[in-house]
Design a protein around this ligand. Structure first.
Ligand code: ZN
Ligand code: ZN
Length: 450
């Protein structure tokens, strides 16, 4: 029986949504407010699919998910969604503004013609946004976050930039001249949902569908740092745009090495977001002459003075085999500790999403700060930073003090159901004790390049 898993989403519906297998009849809405939050409704399906992929990778001897890398990807995903709690997504704000003030015609929201036109339009404009995100250095500063994982699995899809939303908004503006915002919002979400499942090594080839669709095989090439993979396969749902505009590259026998040409080598979630921006800032001031300074911002990330716009392909380093990846390992208890605290932070985030309408801005900001502090601290533990134990002890004590102040004043933050707060308090008191006694971060935590 196909019973609803979450709200009114059934298993079959949830699965179809990942594949863009929806019809205009079931996914057309008159008003923007009526459009479902497809991305949030997909969360249980994301988690289920990640578990299934893990088992399949185990059975077929493919590289399995690593806790540190998965943590890094999932926290970037949640981080990128946090800003949308305070302000509506930038894409939508700009789209509504342009549509309300400048639309030339208003296509009927309930016509299949409008729906299919918008499907093609969103995918076509996504291609150009994505291409610009790779070919314009200042846009790459945001998009490189998505490419910073050296693994390739479903969690990689969640690794997103916090600010990218603000740059992609501009590319979708031509649609706002005619297509109602509700229909645009449906396709903007489905285009993102489709791109989740193609981040996998489990699916090798889709046969004839490889000609039209962006598939796991095509997207693996897109995530490669091998010279033959650079600046290829920008498509979202369809691969036809790459075939038309000369950026298509099929997967070859050469093993794909994933990640950035200059590896990030950090699990710090804030540094992951900012590293390339800092690099651009430095290069900008070091580069003489206004023309070259502008080129640093607007040409490709591989550009240097006197070189072609996208840099010289001969400058790209060849891949050394066996492929090296940044890695670190914690003790068994260290892993368990990180898992528990990350899970508590994810639950707090989910509750924040569910209750954001009834929660005060101050409390929402409190939960957001707690989340960012938690992922930074876990990143420091994974990176084996000398200050990680102090930072984590401080975080645990701060949580307990804030909790004490709030409960002494009988203030309900509305974040945690009362039944859970006892368990959470227990976890934080136990954790603080562990750090004070020095039982965590044993000498087993060594960084290694794998
Ligand atoms: Zn990309
Ligand atoms: Zn990707």
């Amino acid at each position: 029986m196909d019973k609803p898993l979450l709200g009114n989403v059934t298993f079959v519906q949830g699965a179809r949504r990942f594949l863009y297998a929806v019809s205009p009849k079931e996914a057309s809405f008159a008003k923007l407010d009526d459009v479902p939050d497809y991305l949030n409704e997909a969360v249980p399906f994301f988690l289920g699919a990640i578990a299934v992929e893990y088992i399949l990778a185990f059975l077929t001897n493919l590289p399995r998910l690593r806790l540190n890398d998965a943590f890094s990807s999932i926290s970037a995903g949640v981080f990128s969604q946090l800003s949308k709690i305070i302000i509506l997504s930038a894409e939508l704000v700009l789209y509504l503004f342009v549509y309300n003030n400048f639309h030339l015609v208003s296509l009927p929201w309930d016509s299949p013609g409008t729906w299919y036109l918008c499907f093609i339009g969103v995918d076509f404009l996504y291609y150009w946004f994505h291409r610009a995100a790779h070919e314009i250095n200042i846009m790459w500063a945001a998009h490189q976050v998505h490419h910073s994982s050296e693994d390739y699995n479903l969690t990689t899809a969640l690794r997103q930039s916090v600010v990218q939303n603000y740059t992609s908004a501009i590319f979708y503006m031509p649609l706002a001249l005619a297509v109602p915002p509700s229909i645009f919002f449906v396709h903007a979400q489905f285009n993102m949902l489709y791109q989740f499942w193609i981040h996998t090594e489990v699916v090798r080839s889709l046969g004839p569908l490889e000609y039209i669709l962006n598939t796991p095989s095509h997207h693996r090439v897109h995530h490669g740092r091998n010279p033959y993979c650079i600046d290829k396969n920008y498509g979202g749902t369809l691969i036809v745009w790459d075939r038309m505009f000369g950026t298509f590259q099929a997967e070859t026998d050469e093993k794909v090495a994933y990640g950035l040409v200059h590896p990030l080598a950090s699990w710090d979630p804030i540094w992951t977001q900012l590293c390339h921006l800092c690099h651009i800032w430095k290069t900008f001031w070091e580069t003489p002459g206004l023309k070259d300074k502008l080129s640093v911002l607007l040409k490709g990330p591989g550009w240097t003075s006197g070189k072609p716009r996208l840099g010289d392909p001969a400058d790209l380093p060849e891949i050394e085999y066996p492929i090296q990846r940044y890695d670190s390992s914690l003790s068994y208890w260290g892993n368990l500790y990180v898992l528990v605290h990350f899970a508590v932070a994810i639950v707090a985030y989910q509750l924040l999403i569910a209750r954001r309408m009834v929660m005060s801005q101050l409390h929402a900001l409190g939960v957001i700060s707690y989340f960012i502090f938690t992922i930074s601290s876990i990143g420091a533990i994974f990176d084996n930073k000398w200050y990680a134990p102090y930072m984590e002890l401080f975080r645990c004590l701060l949580f307990l003090i804030v909790d004490l102040v709030l409960s002494s004043q009988n203030l309900d933050t509305g974040v945690l159901p009362t039944g859970y707060i006892g368990v959470i308090r227990g976890i934080f008191i136990g954790s603080a004790f562990l750090w004070i006694s020095g039982s965590l971060m044993s000498s087993k935590n060594k960084l290694k390049i794998q």
